[in-house]
Design a protein around this ligand. Structure first.
Ligand code: ADP
Ligand code: MG
Length: 678
C-alpha cells in the first residue's frame, strides 16, 4: 500500500526542505504522516477542577473570558487571563512570558497545562497547548525534533485529513471480524488516534489498531505454520514400538509423568506424516536430555538418522557422553562433530554419515554446514538454542532434507513469546521435576557481606564440594569482562591461599582450553571455578553445590535462573548466593523474587512484567516485530483472539479466493499476509 510521497504541493507548507525534515522522523509518505501517532495526549477531560489536589499538574480546557493583561515588576512580568472551566472562573498566570499575550483572544477555547493552586482556584501556566476545537478532549503530543515542531505536525496531519487523504486508507480487516469484535473502520481509527472526540473514541481506535497489528502478525505466523507443517514436507517415522518400550524400561530411572506425556506427543508427531515442528520447554534439570535420547533412538529403529545441535562445544561433548551412557549396551552409533574436529576424523564421520553407519550426530553449528550430508536424516533436535530460527530451518530444507524438528529450551518462555516468536510451532512442556530433588536455596546478600559468603563457600569446600563464582556481567566490553574475572580469581586466590585450587574460565579462551578446564573442574582438580557467563548453559557438575553470582542485579531473571541451575544437580543441598547492591526498587524486587521462587516460568513472566517486552525479547533476533500501538504484555488478550482468528482463516484452502476475506487479498498478493517470513 502506498499513499503518495510527501512531495511539494501535496500539502500546504511542505516543500523539499520540510519534506526532508519530516524524513528525520521517519515520515516520507502521507500514509506515514497519518500513522505517525502521538505518544501521549494531554488528557483534558481527565479530572474536574473540583477534584484536583493542590499543586497537581494538569491541563485545563476553557474559554477565555477577558482580554489578557500583563503586570510588570521591574525586570519581571506576569501575564494574567481568566478562563471559564466547568462554569467556574479560573485565573491563569504565566511568569515572564508576556509575549504569549498575542496568542490569547477573548472567546477562544484554549488548553493550558500548568500547576493547580486549589486555594486560589488558579493555575500557574507552564505551557499553552494551543487553541482547540469545540468538543475536543485531547491534545495529541508527538515525538518531534528540532526541525519539526509540535504544532506544525498537528497542522500537517489535520490538513492531510481535510484534503481527504484519509479516504485513501483502505480497510484491511475482513468485515466478519470487524462486526464480530465491533472494530471501528480503519479510517476512523487512524483519525481518532490523533483527534478523538472523547476518551471512548480514542479507546476504540486503539483497540482496532492493536487488533490489526496482531492479526497481521499472526496471519504471517500461521501461514508459516501451515507451510512448515504441511504433509508434503513431512516424514513418517515408523519406529519400532516394542524396542522403544524396552529402551524406556531399561533407563536408570523412571520417567516422570510430564516426561511420559511429552514423549508421547513427540512420538505421535514422528509417526504422523505431518512435519514435526515442536518446542519442548522444561526448566533446568527437568530432564530433557533423556527425551532427546528416546526420540533419536526411536528414529534409529525406523532406519532414520538424527542430529542433536547445541550452542557450545562443551555442551556437545557432555551430551554425547550422556547419550552414550543411556544407549549402552545398545548398538547405536554416535559421533561428535564441531568446529574443532580434526580433518581426518571429520572425513571419517562424513563418510559414515553418508553411508548410513552413523545413527546419531551430536555437535554445534558445524552440523548444518556445507558438506555435511546425511544418508537419511529424519530428526533434528536443538538444545538450549532458542535462536536457532527460521534461517537454519531453511538451510536444512535447502539441503534437500526435511527432518522433523524438535527445539528444546530451558529458558522458560512466557506464553506471550511462545505464541509470537514461536507461534508456528507446537509446544510441549515438562512441568514436573524428577522426584527427590532438593531445591536450591537462594540468598541475596550485599557486597559488605562478602566475607561471610566466602566463609560459607569454604565450609562447603571442606565437605568435599565445589563452587562456582560468576564475575559481573559487563555487556559493553569483553575486555572488561575478562579483566573482572581475572581480578576476581586473583583476589580469591589471595583470600583462600594455596590449599584451595581455583580455575578461571572466560569467553576469550579457545574452545579446547575451555573444555580442558571444564573437564578438570568436573574431575575435581579444582575447588572453585571463577567464570564469566560462558558456563551459562547445560554444564553438569553434580559435586558443585554453591554458586556465587557477583553483581547479580546486572543479569536478567531468566539468566540468573539458568546460572543457578548449574548447582543442585547432585544429591546434596545446594546454594545460590546473589551478591548485589541494587540501586533501584526494581533491582531490589528482582533479587527478592529470585530468593522466593525456583520456578522458571514464574520468573520469566515476572521478568517480562518488570522489564517490558522490548527488553526481554531483544526484538530483532527473536523475530518479534516492534508493534506501533499494541503491547505484547498488556494486550495479551487481543493477541490470543487475533491468533485464533488468523489460524481459522488459514484452515481454509485458498482463503485468499474467498470474497469474505477480500480485504486481505491485496496484502496477501503483496506478501504482507503471505507465506514468506524472512
Ligand atoms: P535438563 O532438562 O536441564 O537438560 P537433564 O536432561 O540434564 O536436564 O537432566 C538433569 C538430571 O536429571 C540428569 O542427571 C538426568 O539423568 C536426571 N533425570 C532426568 N530424568 C529423570 C527422572 N525421571 N528421574 C530421575 N532423574 C532424572
Ligand atoms: Mg539440558
Amino acid at each position: 500500500m502506498h499513499i503518495e510521497d510527501l512531495v511539494e504541493g501535496n500539502l500546504k507548507g511542505i516543500g523539499p526542505k520540510k519534506a526532508e525534515s519530516l524524513q528525520t522522523l521517519g515520515i516520507t509518505t502521507i500514509l506515514d504522516l497519518l500513522t505517525y501517532y502521538p505518544f501521549r495526549y494531554e488528557d483534558i477531560s481527565e479530572k474536574s477542577i473540583f477534584e484536583l489536589g493542590d499543586g497537581e499538574k494538569t491541563t485545563l480546557k476553557g474559554t477565555v473570558i477577558a482580554e489578557p493583561s500583563v503586570q510588570y515588576y521591574g525586570k519581571r512580568n506576569k501575564l494574567i487571563f481568566r478562563i471559564l472551566v466547568e462554569g467556574a472562573v479560573v485565573i491563569v498566570s504565566f511568569f515572564n512570558q508576556a509575549y504569549l499575550k498575542k496568542n490569547i483572544e477573548t472567546g477562544q477555547d484554549i488548553a493550558v497545562y500548568g500547576k493547580w493552586d486549589a486555594k486560589r482556584k488558579s493555575l500557574t501556566g507552564m505551557k499553552i497547548l494551543g487553541s482547540i476545537q469545540k468538543g475536543e478532549e485531547f491534545a495529541p503530543i508527538y515525538h518531534v525534533n528540532k526541525s519539526v515542531k509540535q504544532n506544525e505536525l498537528v497542522k500537517f496531519i489535520k490538513e492531510a485529513f481535510d484534503k481527504g487523504y484519509g479516504v485513501l486508507i483502505p480497510e484491511n480487516l475482513p468485515k466478519v471480524l470487524r462486526e464480530k469484535y465491533r472494530l471501528v473502520d480503519r479510517k476512523k481509527a487512524i483519525y481518532d488516534m490523533h483527534f478523538p472526540e472523547n476518551n471512548q473514541a480514542h479507546d476504540q481506535a486503539k483497540r482496532r489498531l492493536k487488533f490489526e497489528e496482531f492479526f497481521y502478525f499472526q496471519m504471517r505466523i500461521q501461514g508459516l505454520r501451515k507451510q512448515e507443517k504441511s504433509t508434503s514436507n513431512g516424514k513418517t517415522i515408523l519406529y519400532d514400538v516394542q524396542r522403544l518400550k524396552d529402551f524406556t524400561h531399561h533407563l536408570p530411572f523412571e520417567l516422570t509423568g510430564a516426561q511420559q506425556r511429552v514423549t508421547n506427543e513427540i512420538a505421535r508427531d514422528m509417526r504422523s506424516s505431518e512435519h514435526m515442528l515442536r518446542l519442548l520447554q522444561g526448566d533446568v534439570g527437568s530432564g530433557k536430555t533423556v527425551i532427546a535420547a528416546i526420540a533419536m533412538y526411536a528414529a534409529s529403529t525406523a532406519g532414520f538418522q538424527s542430529a542433536l545441535m547445541v550452542p557450545t562445544e562443551i555442551l556437545a561433548q557432555q551430551h554425547l557422553e550422556s547419550l552414550n551412557d543411556l544407549f549402552d549396551p545398545l548398538e547405536i552409533h554416535t559421533a561428535l562433530l564441531t568446529g574443532s574436529t580434526k580433518a581426518k576424523e571429520r572425513r571419517q564421520i562424513l563418510s559414515e554419515l553418508a553411508n548410513g553407519e552413523l545413527d546419531i550426530l551430536v555437535g554445534t553449528h558445524a552440523l548444518i554446514q556445507e558438506g555435511v550430508d546425511f544418508r537419511n536424516l529424519g530428526l533434528v533436535i536443538t538444545d538450549e538454542q532458542h535462536r536457532f530460527g527460521v534461517n537454519q530451518r531453511k538451510i536444512l530444507r535447502e539441503k534437500g532434507q526435511n527432518p522433523d524438528v524438535l527445539f528444546m529450551t530451558a529458558t522458560p518462555i512466557p506464553r506471550t513469546l511462545a505464541i509470537t516468536a514461536f507461534g508456528e510451532m507446537d509446544v510441549s512442556i515438562i512441568d514436573e521435576m524428577p522426584a527427590g530433588r532438593i531445591p536450591i536455596e537462594t540468598r541475596w546478600v550485599r557486597h559488605q557481606q562478602l566475607p561471610t559468603v566466602l566463609d560459607g563457600v569454604k565450609a562447603e569446600l571442606e565437605k568435599g564440594h565445589q563452587a562456582y563464582v560468576i564475575s559481573p556481567l559487563i555487556e559493553e566490553s569483553e575486555a572488561m569482562d575478562l579483566k573482572n574475572a581475572t581480578d576476581l580469581a586473583e583476589e580469591l586466590k589471595v583470600h583462600y591461599g594455596e590449599s584451595i585450587h581455583i580455575a578461571l574460565l572466560h569467553g576469550k579462551m579457545k574452545n579446547q582450553e575451555k573444555e580442558e578446564i571444564m573437564q578438570a573442574f568436573k574431575d575435581h582438580h579444582y575447588d572453585i571455578l571463577v567464570s564469566t557467563t560462558v558456563i551459562e548453559v547445560g554444564v553438569n557438575v553434580p559435586n558443585a553445590t554453591v554458586m556465587v553470582i557477583m553483581d547479580a542485579d546486572r543479569f536478567g531473571l531468566a539468566q540468573l535462573h539458568q546460572l543457578r541451575g548449574r548447582v543442585g544437580r547432585g544429591s546434596q543441598k545446594s546454594y545460590a548466593i546473589l551478591v548485589a547492591n541494587p540501586k533501584t526498587e526494581h533491582g531490589k524486587e528482582r533479587m527478592k523474587i529470585m530468593t522466593e521462587t525456583n520456578n522458571g516460568f514464574i520468573l520469566s513472566e515476572k521478568d517480562l512484567e518488570l522489564r517490558g517486552a522490548g527488553e526481554v525479547f531483544g526484538t530483532r533476533q527473536s523475530g518479534v516485530p516492534n508493534f506501533l500501538v499494541a503491547d505484547l504484555v498488556a494486550d495479551f488478550n487481543i493477541l490470543e483472539v487475533a491468533r485464533m482468528e488468523a489460524a481459522n482463516i488459514w484452515q481454509e484452502e485458498k482463503w485468499w479466493e474467498n470474497p469474505a476475506y477480500q480485504e486481505l487479498a491485496e496484502d496477501y498478493a503483496n506478501g504482507v499476509t503471505g507465506q514468506s517470513f524472512d
